[in-house]
Design a protein around this ligand. Structure first.
Ligand code: NAP
Length: 541
């Protein structure tokens, strides 16, 4: 029960990234009070934290931006095809100012616990500053890739030089001039930063456990003609994004099956998309994600590209993924990644052939040999999708802890709400398209659905909404069923929690596509929030 002197809001929002800020804007439009808590000392979420060299979005800039406000879209002009982290951070700060959002955002404050009181249907939220506030609604806008995978290598505390995690890069930047640097990891963050670090450092050692598929971004200053075309057709393009599979207009999916066309035509189609750059190659054929034979053709195409770009055949071979389907791990989009291995100051260390024994005072020891370095970069990823939620003590009805309810993996109805946790919403939570899509499209869809839902409750003076266990079970079954139809489950990826020792192996995002998913969410709402229990003040408790 909220204490009489406790500060109260209609809603508490956790996180001031793209989700949390838009959520605040929408709730204000409903006339509600909200407080946003943000651990960082600035807004921006992902783009606040990920400042490693080369960090940039890999969805085209105009697509990776808010669509909810026409004037905002008119006035903001991106400078590059794929925006850099500093430009994205400027954009989100501009949005915060333009919509006067900062006065309800409390920075440098980490939410530690959220506890639901059944009698009052209120959440009590406590922070690391000792504040305790109450709110009818608690919205977790905590991000999917916001908790770094903490390095846990033998001997790492003995290392005398500086270490950096790509997901927590120093704000003042790092000068690697004249330094010998080890980079551990070869995911998207590494693939973006390695060419930049290599251009500066004296020597760089890339420690690779699993090679990734990466395709060229072909980044450039934004093409005025392409921008004019986008703006002239913006409403239709935005609609196409929302109705699509990935939320990316440029993905341009086809209905053609890889095995239906000749080998020459297949090659030509892959070449065309390789030349365009970015994710579109992943949508060349409709069956690439479900038919191994079709997928093998894409894998072989990219493998040949790697072999053609990397001069040393042994290095090239080590960079070619061998044991999982193309696209089953998150596809990377790079600028000069493979070519970087042709530089004299770049060494690839294949950890499968030469295991990382330990970190020493002077460097890294692989297969019994010590390699002296001045700095180590951990590009080892995140405790994805559930990491941020599992670090907040969330207790729902009957005092049950979310961490216990999710012990065997996350369970959620539509990735929006969890049975037993009324009025607690998760933006782009597990069970929604989320990380498999253009995050901006999925964030806007979730924020709008949640604010409509809250508006529905407010209009009817209802006290709470809660996912019903049967509806949640059916949705979780569906999420798993669809995932199991794809090749995605054949890779040990962070989508499955496979990168975190001990994490349950469950395919977390919904792979049915943002368009179909949106229809489902809209249908649920149109049917009076089918699968949810809505309660009036008289019946809560
Ligand atoms: P990641 O994709 O999880 O890559 C982590 C890398 O570290 C992998 O190569 C992994 O190898 C390796 N690794 C982890 N633990 C290791 C260990 N103990 N020993 C040796 N190697 C280890 O992480 P990320 O690169 O930070 O990217 C995460 C996600 O963030 C991306 O998939 C993407 O969704 C997003 N992201 C987006 C952008 C963008 O939009 N431009 C940029 C960066 C990141 P294994 O594969 O063997 O596990």
């Amino acid at each position: 029960m909220a204490k009489a002197d406790q500060q109260s809001f209609d809603a508490v929002i956790v996180g001031a990234g793209f989700s949390g800020l838009y959520m605040l804007h929408k709730l204000r439009q409903l006339g509600l009070t909200a407080r946003v808590y943000e651990a960082g000392d600035g807004v921006g979420g992902t783009w606040y934290w990920n400042r490693y060299p080369g960090a940039r979005v890999d969805v085209e800039s105009q697509e990776y931006s808010y669509s909810f406000d026409e004037a905002l879209q008119d006035e903001w002009v991106w400078t590059e095809r794929y925006s850099t982290q500093p430009e994205l951070l400027r954009y989100i700060n501009h949005v915060a100012d333009r919509f006067d959002l900062r006065r309800d955002v409390q920075l440098e404050t980490r939410v530690q616990a959220a506890k639901y009181d059944e009698a009052s249907a209120l959440w009590t939220v406590s922070t690391d500053r000792g504040e305790v506030v109450s709110a009818r609604y608690c919205i977790m806008a905590t991000g999917c890739l916001s908790v770094p995978n903490e390095p846990n290598f033998p001997g790492q505390d003995q290392f005398k030089g500086p270490t950096y995690h790509t997901g927590r890069w120093p704000h003042e930047g790092v000068d690697f001039t004249g330094k010998r640097v080890a980079v551990i990891g070869t995911g998207s963050s590494a693939i973006q930063s390695i060419p930049q670090i290599a251009a500066q450092a004296e020597q760089i050692y890339v420690l690779q456990r699993t090679p990734n598929y990466s395709v060229p971004a072909h980044n450039a200053p934004i093409d005025p003609a392409a921008l004019a075309d986008w703006n002239a057709n913006r409403a239709a393009r935005r609609q196409a994004q929302r109705a699509s599979v990935s939320g990316i207009y440029a993905a341009d999916p086809t209905e053609i099956l890889a095995m239906e066309v000749s080998a020459e035509e297949r090659q030509a189609r892959y070449e065309e998309r390789w030349a365009k750059g970015g994710f579109c190659i992943g949508a060349t054929f409709a069956d690439m994600g479900i038919d191994k034979a079709a997928n093998d053709t894409a894998a072989a195409f990219v493998a040949d590209k790697i072999r053609s770009m990397v001069k040393d055949p042994k290095v090239a071979e080590a960079l070619v993924p061998k044991d999982y389907p193309f696209g089953a791990k998150r596809l990377c989009v790079d600028t000069g990644y493979y070519e970087t291995f042709n530089r004299g100051n770049v060494s690839l260390i294949d950890l499968n052939a030469s295991p990382l024994d330990r970190i020493t005072a002077k460097g890294v020891q692989v297969d019994g040999e010590e390699i002296a370095v001045d700095a180590i970069v951990f590009a080892i990823g995140f405790d994805a999708m559930t990491g941020a939620l599992s670090r907040i003590h969330i207790h729902g009805k009957g005092g049950q802890a979310l961490s216990e309810v999710w012990e065997a993996g996350p369970r959620s109805y539509l990735g929006l709400m969890v049975a037993g946790f009324p009025n607690l919403f998760t933006v782009t939570g597990p069970g929604s398209p989320s990380v498999l899509s253009n995050m901006l499209v999925s964030i806007e869809q979730h924020v709008e659905w949640i604010s409509d839902c809250i508006g529905h409750l407010q209009d009817r003076q209802l006290a709470s909404i809660e996912a019903m266990p049967d509806a949640q079970d059916a949705w979780v079954d569906h999420v798993n069923e669809v995932a199991n139809m794809t090749l995605h489950v054949q890779a040990s990826s962070w989508y499955l929690g496979a990168n975190i020792p001990g994490k349950p192996r469950v395919f977390m995002p919904y792979i049915g596509g943002v368009g179909l998913y949106r229809e489902k969410c809209d249908d649920v709402a149109a049917k009076g929030y089918e699968g949810f229990a809505l309660k009036s003040a008289a019946t809560v408790g």
